[in-house]
Design a binder for this molecule. Structure first.
Ligand SMILES: O=C(O)CCC(=O)C(=O)O
Length: 280
């Protein structure tokens, strides 16, 4: 696919130091993963897309991911951000689609996965954390990314700053190394977040430093690393684009999930469906 950026690489390579840091800590900051120019184009497209879409009346928290499909084409109130799903997969909006399905992104993710397996697209999401007090302006609770019908871990989430994201605009924090705990439950869907449910985590794993992400900077994280984000205490929205990938040999557990139900996937078989294309 061509973009207005022509044939320039859309995503830079991941170096060995970054891959090793990711493996140890469960997250890594990737400066200038994409160019500031591409981030600017994505920001313009994000603003246009979200301004044109109605705000769904129903609030959709993490629990509400199951209902997110009904909100396709709408902005949803996910409490800790305003969300717009699948700008790349369903709308094929550029330059989202070119970036998400690019071989270069696939290669970068494969380096982070550290396995010689195909990389499959999982999802893409615009996550606009609004200033505190507005719809979608709450803090992101401490959680792991657990709600998927995968028989294995090994996925990678790429979180790209489209606008300037200093710590006080809601940059993510991680408990470095906490991915080694394994699954700690879907605690963010109860009354307590994962840190409240497992207070020992705070003593066991160092809190990542406050991050300042400039447009085009990104973080990558593993599904089991505990992560959160503070409220956006500035008066500008925080625009992030989150893209998920999973290992191509992942088998289907048939756990209910709006994004996988009713696709004809078979329990125990490799997830192989046009909604989850191999990108590398
Ligand atoms: O952007 C945030 O506030 C949190 C993002 C997150 O939880 C994720 O990408 O898994």
């Amino acid at each position: 696919m061509e973009t207005t950026l022509g044939r320039k690489p859309l995503v830079r390579d991941i170096d060995a130091g970054e891959a090793a840091f990711f493996d140890d800590n469960g997250w890594v900051k990737l400066e200038r993963l994409i160019s500031a120019e591409l981030a600017g184009q994505l920001l313009t497209a994000a603003k246009t897309t979200m301004a044109a879409a109605p705000l769904a009346q129903e609030r959709v928290g993490l629990r509400g991911r199951e209902t997110a499909k009904r909100h396709s084409g709408q902005v949803t109130d996910a409490r800790f951000w305003q969300a717009y799903h699948f700008a790349a997969r369903d709308d094929r909006t550029e330059p989202f689609a070119s970036l998400v399905f690019s071989n270069e992104m696939g290669k970068a993710v494969q380096t982070l996965m550290g396995r010689d397996v195909a990389v499959r697209y999982h999802n893409d999401l615009l996550a606009c954390k609004m200033p505190e007090g507005q719809v979608g302006g709450q803090k992101t609770d401490w959680h792991q990314d657990l709600a998927y019908p995968f028989d294995r871990t090994g996925g990678v989430s790429i979180w790209i700053a489209l606008s300037d994201v200093p710590p006080e605009r809601g940059a993510m924090r991680f408990l470095s190394g906490s991915h080694r705990e394994g699954p700690l439950g879907r605690t963010h869907e109860g009354d307590r977040d994962v840190l409240e449910a497992y207070p020992r985590l705070a003593a066991r794993y160092p809190l990542s430093p406050p991050l300042h992400l400039r447009p085009g900077d990104a973080t990558a994280h593993k599904p089991f690393v505990c992560h959160s984000a503070p409220v956006n205490s500035t008066d500008e929205p925080r625009f992030a684009y989150i893209i998920g990938y999973f290992p191509g040999d992942t088998r289907y557990t048939a756990a209910p999930n709006y994004n996988f139900d009713n696709l004809g996937l078979e329990f125990g078989k490799v997830i192989d469906h046009p909604n989850f294309p191999v990108v590398s």
